[in-house]
Write a protein that binds this ligand. Structure first.
Ligand SMILES: Nc1ncnc2c1ncn2[C@@H]1O[C@H](COP(=O)(O)OP(=O)(O)O)[C@@H](O)[C@H]1O
Ligand SMILES: [Mg+2]
Length: 371
């Protein structure tokens, strides 16, 4: 449905250097898909969305929507924003304060430049989109009398009323408090799949991205660091950046004992002994590598219940700290040799500061970073 290829948009800073923006971004979004651009502040998410919407003029690249060129630097095509058939919701949702709910949602239809919409059609389409977001009964209410969550829903209704081919959502929930954010997150997911509208969602919040998306592109410094399903990105990070950005993680380093091929499980020599890792691509012996172990994949055992010494991927340590987080308890474990690892367990497992423990982790959950 959408194709973005080799998009470059850079800004000129005070000293005349090209900086920021995006330096080479390519991705495809399938029809009906919810695709998320995830990354820290300043990585280029908004720049990408604004370029797709037609609010920025990129230096180079191509953008196609449903087979139509929106932008092509080779043939100098740059469709104006209102011809792009795109709905948008931004972080500051810009509800018109002097209009009621109905008029806010009707605004894009009344101001449409291509094709007049009849009064009856406006009524039908506005009410349909207000019903969709649960605001039909508030049609005559002043928009300023809505709660934050309701205003955000109104912004969504307004973006959907034109039945755009593509919906762009730029951190739409970041002004809401935590509970409302989770509710709205579920609601966006429901709306998006009921409406079936192809959507690009932008967020810096990895749990939001995990919960909502069919696929995620992780952006770093104006480039895509990794693209895949939420599970892939979490379970198979391909760089230290992605591993650290998505979820809590233990990042360790070591030296590869022997040559490996893709799919191998092989030992890595580390300061805390030999650890067996899973490799997604081949590498020569002697390479310095880093690998990731997620805290929930580490099991902690007390001396009595501990697996035998000969088991692979077992290391001994001391409980240094415990934090109760509700659904899990997070332990910080000092390993002989000065290293510290984080483990998450069911809160019913009770270990105390100073306890001797053995940590074990399955070898297929120790992921070598192969980039
Ligand atoms: N209008 C602008 N002028 C100069 N630099 C900009 C402008 N807009 C964005 N940038 C820079 O481009 C980078 C990417 O910005 P942006 O796309 O807004 O990031 P994000 O939405 O991921 O936080 C940042 O370093 C930002 O400072
Ligand atoms: Mg932004």
């Amino acid at each position: 449905m959408l194709r973005v290829a080799n998009l470059v948009k850079q800004y000129i800073n005070e000293t005349g250097e090209r900086k920021g923006g995006v330096s080479n971004v390519s991705f495809d979004v399938k029809e009906g898909e919810l695709f998320t651009l995830l990354g820290p502040s300043g990585c280029g998410k908004t720049t990408t969305l604004r370029s797709i919407a037609g609010l920025e003029h990129p230096e180079s690249g191509q953008i196609q929507l449903d087979g139509r060129d929106l932008f092509d630097s080779r043939s100098d095509i740059q469709l104006p924003m209102y011809e792009r058939d795109i709905g948008m919701v931004f972080q500051s949702y810009a509800i018109w304060p002097h209009m009621n709910v109905f008029e806010n949602a009707a605004y894009p239809l009344r101001t449409r430049r291509n094709g007049h919409v009849s009064r009856e059609d406006i009524e039908t389409r506005v009410m349909r989109s207000l019903e969709m977001v649960g605001l039909a009964e508030y049609r005559n209410r002043s928009a300023t009398k809505l709660s934050g969550g309701q205003q955000q829903r109104l912004a969504l209704a307004r973006a959907l009323v034109r039945e755009p081919k593509l919906l762009l959502l730029d951190e739409p929930l970041s002004n809401l408090d935590a509970l409302l954010r989770e509710q709205m997150r579920a609601e966006i997911k429901r709306l998006q799949s009921e409406w079936g509208v192809t959507t690009i969602y932008v967020t810096h919040d990895q749990s939001e991205a995990m919960a909502l998306s069919d696929r995620v592109a992780v952006l770093n410094n104006g480039m895509i660091a990794q693209m895949g399903t939420p599970f892939d990105i979490y379970d198979r990070p391909r760089s230290e950046f992605v591993a650290n950005f998505i979820g809590r993680t233990n990042l360790l380093r070591g030296r590869l004992a022997s040559r490996v091929r893709a799919g191998d499980i092989a030992p890595v020599d580390t300061s805390i002994g030999s650890i067996r890792c899973m490799f997604s691509s081949g590498m020569p012996a002697g390479n310095q590598i880093s690998f990731v172990i997620r805290p929930e994949n580490i099991q902690l055992h007390t001396a009595e219940g501990a697996p035998a010494d000969a088991m692979p991927n077992c290391i001994d340590g001391l409980v240094r700290n415990k934090v109760f987080l509700g659904e899990v308890a997070e332990y910080s474990i000092d390993i002989n040799g000065g290293l510290n690892i984080i483990a998450r367990t069911h809160p019913s497992i009770s270990l105390n500061r100073g306890d001797r423990v053995r940590a074990s982790f399955p070898e297929n959950k120790v992921i070598a970073i192969c980039s």
